[in-house]
Design a protein around this ligand. Sequence first.
Ligand SMILES: [Zn+2]
Length: 418
Amino acid sequence: MQIEKYTFGVGDRFARQAKPQLQACIAAAGEGVEVIPTWNKSHREHLTVGTRPRTVRQAADSAVKDLDWNKPYYVDADHINLDTVDEYLETSDFFTLDVAYAIGRPPDTGAIDSLVAAHPELVGSISIDGIDEPFETTREDVERSAGQFLFAVQEAGRIYRHIEAAKGSGNFITEVSMDETDKPQSPADLLVILVALAGEGVPVQTIAPKFTGRFNKGVDYVGDPSQFSKEFSDDIAVLRHAVATYGLPGTLKLSVHSGSDKFSIYDAIRAGIRRFDAGVHVKTAGTNWLEELIGLAEAGGSGLQLAKDVYSQAYAARDALCAPYAAVIDIDSERLPSPSEVNGWGSLQYTAALRHDQSCPDFNPHFRQLLHVGYKIAAKMGERYLGMLNACEESISRNVTENLLSRHIRPLFLTPWT
Ligand SMILES: [Zn+2]
């Protein structure tokens, strides 16, 4: 399996919005860009909602059938490791090997020395096409990078071989993710990581480094977009260099785990992929759950009431809901509206506070982030919630499709180059 140039991570908490997500890809195809949907759901989400991996496969398959999508699509076992992968082997054809937890662990004795000995070209001045200044590295720099990342890469090898033994080589897409960590990986680190992945025999087709800046859940990028832009572009150059030099798959591309809605770096991503004619994988599944709430609120009546109830329960349980996400949210409790205030809102006030339109004066990123992590509340409501999704299908579908198309796909892939 060879990954297509542009792939896009979709999916939603309750596996009900596969069709409107696919509609966005169909509309994009009509506008001239092929964006391949990749339904992903992390193990953490499955645990929180109480769903099984096969529900993602079923939702994807039936959307594809109902809408006659005749291009490829994938079901991604997102952020799995050796402990969690088995449940996903049957229904996934795309695996995101999460080895961030293994960064910094010491590799086997002698592994660093053998890597440095096998790759003397990593020490000294390394000129890479597309990067202005050559990397100047010492033996100590390479040893330091290898010390940080080699064990994680070996762990990726162990997970990869486990999947390969079950599914057969070439029958799935391999992504390696190192994004869920605090310290960004530099382009020079990335080169060492790729050299090690090639040595480990992992046919990685997309890789998610930790980029510079904060990728908080549900809200925009926090950081310097111009610094991100240089790093993103240098990373693409490093990938091309590694493909040409170390025999990694020619399809290898960057994966951006956006945590939803990093609009202020979309220009940089678009510029980078156009400059190098490169592909990209962007994961932004979390945004769809919030569009579901917007659709409920927009429907008014009992849909709006349910959206309000989700908020008041999330507000009451905010400490517990936020705890697992502490590293990736920034909520100022003072800025959260009280449940009684929200209960007095109409559809327009609720959707204006939640919809990710930063130009709208009523947009409230604190309200949005709390609801982003508040899906456990909806999961607990069970049939009451799921039944309302059916009742409000029209407004939900419209918002899910429109959000993906106009706020994500068009800015990333279709905005004219200026
Ligand atoms: Zn990630």
